[in-house]
Design a protein around this ligand. Sequence first.
Ligand SMILES: [Zn+2]
Ligand SMILES: [Zn+2]
Ligand SMILES: [Zn+2]
Length: 762
Amino acid sequence: MAVVRAKINVTGIVQGIGFRPFIYRTAVKNGLKGYVRNRGDAGVEILLEGKEDAVKNFLRDLKEKKPPLAQIHEVITKRLEGKNEHEKFAIYKSSKEAKLSGSVIPPDIAICNECLKELRDPNDPRYKYFFITCTNCGPRYTIIERLPYDRENTTMQDFPMCNFCQSEYTDPLNRRFHAQTVACPKCGPKVYLTTSKGELIASEDPVRKAGKLLSEGFIVAVKGYGGFHVATATTKDEPLVRLRKVKHRKQKPFAIMARSLEVIKRFAEVSLREAELLTSYTRPIMLLDKSNDYHLSDLIAPSLHNVGVMLPYTGLHYMLFDNVHEPAFVMTSANPPNQPIIKNDEEALQRLGDTVDYFLFHNRHIAHRCDDSVFRVHSENQVFIRRSRGYAPAPIVLKEKAKHCVVGLGGELNNTACLLLGNKAFVSQHIGDVENVETRDFLESATKHLIHLTNSKVEAVACDLHPKFTTTKLAHDLAEENGWQLVQVQHHYAHIAALIAEYGVKEMVGICCDGYGYGEDGEAWGGEILLCTHENFGFKRLAHLEKQPLIGGDLATRHPLRVAAGMLHKKVKIENWLLQNKRHFPHGEKEVQVILHQLEKERNVIETTSCGRVLDAVAAVLGVCYERTYEGEPAMKLEAVATKGKDVLRLEPRMKGNTLDTAQMLSEIFENREGHSKTDLACSTHMYIAKGLAALAIEKALENNVKNVGFSGGVACNEILTSTIRKIVEAYNLRFLVHTAIPPGDGGTSLGQAVAASFSQF
Ligand SMILES: [Zn+2]
Ligand SMILES: [Zn+2]
Ligand SMILES: [Zn+2]
């Protein structure tokens, strides 16, 4: 049998998930000699010496038996000349070499079952150790400072291993063999409780003590893997009232963390798919329908039919519940208004000191902040509301390879960055609303970190068409600084391009509905039917919702009665109705008079085709929501009301050429508002819009001989609209496509921008 030497380079997610121990075991099992080591480009390099058959078997095992969290993108095998020189197989010290690109370190991983068992075992050295982890679990992305993924390049460098941990770390048969996060009560990070001023509170068991304080109704800031959460009880109103007041959050729902799946089932409906996601190693927040037995405080998710719930994902989280009966705790990201989630202790003390009663700190610093991910399930389909912890920076593998390496910087709200390299899109963690210097800096550093992690050579930077967005300015700066091409991509085109890339289809008639996007004509768009093709930069706007006036511009976005007034004014007499509702305007009757005057003179009015604004207007007419205190609030509350309704009005969509009439629909709702229930009228609204959008899209798809109809934009998070449009579109034998790998909302536009820019010629 011939004896060979082979050098193998593996790219993908191959560091930080027990890959080298796996390679070691596989090589030894096959009687091979040589070494394995991590590389500075996040890849892994293997040298094998031995029989040809053994190498073949090794390569087969490599693909078939790889660790569950590994993602292999490419295996490059090269035969080497020369004599065999190794006497055994070994794990070598990492090399700094960084030539290959596209590998990346894994996302943070929730505590595994084996670690959880040890956490509960009084005979285990890591009994009650809040940061127990192994090669299969623990933080990754949030602790890494440099590549390769070795302990000294992570924030674990401050915690030298004790002899016991070291012995496990060096034992090839141990689950913690080369686990960079290995630690125990003796050598690992410590946890401690302080007052709101940072004064230490002596406690034998700070985590359980914090759990007790939470259940008693105190507010505690809890430091986790990727940032601080603000936590409190869920069964009492008082702390929630206080929390809403200090956080200036009137209505925005709080996410909660429940002690177990069984407990969740006592207050929410959980389908099989939802249970699967809740318990997966990514542990996202799931938006679950409240059940009839919902018994938590109504202040958690006011006037919504669903509530955001997650399960514990660290030992610390599990321990919070140990000595208390509370079914769940509020666990909301600690971020001051318009700021990224807090990750530094000093910043937490400074910014949260007035909000919280206690802090639960640990002494490991956070290298990269990362918010929780959020999902919703539409029948069987998962819909990302936010893609962050547990997912970033793992790539989304696309069907087609991009011709250029591009970074997309996204738009303004709920932003992310995306690095497109070949057929992989690396989307950053949730950045937030990029409107100030702090979030701009966060976006810039996350973008640079992605480029560094993947060792990419960027050719172009893509951004929104809006001339004044902070992200547009950042794109200009980066293009100039690095000599990159700059490509501006219209907002709704970016949404549909992302959908085209997710499915790898050649062409699509895309329905794109959201709150706002800067149109090619400079106007406010948001209810669009676009024709887009793969590999041709640009799109055709085939149809849209009727233009509606926004009285007072941005003010109308905040106060949906203004949108309703603008839409109704031409159809019905609204003066009395507005006066009846004057208390819902900040300046009362005076404001109503100004609005009526503006309507008459058509002054201070901009127009929009936004679907979000139409839903807002209906919410205001039905008295479901008069003030938007968070993004999407009126539309979300309208959906909550509609879920229990029947389509009583059965309105047929009215088209005016290529536009769907929305003013007539609103006036019908208005005229019927006393004769029917809110729930039924909200349902009829949804049916009208869904039927109208579907009809337009189907007509355009048939006209242009296109087989794919897509639905994107924030409105596509709405289950009633999505399922209704799907039914109609599929009845015409057309394929209906929605996002599954990225959010339909603006967190997905960075990917769409990068993909669209890669189609352009440069
Ligand atoms: Zn583990
Ligand atoms: Zn130790
Ligand atoms: Zn959008």
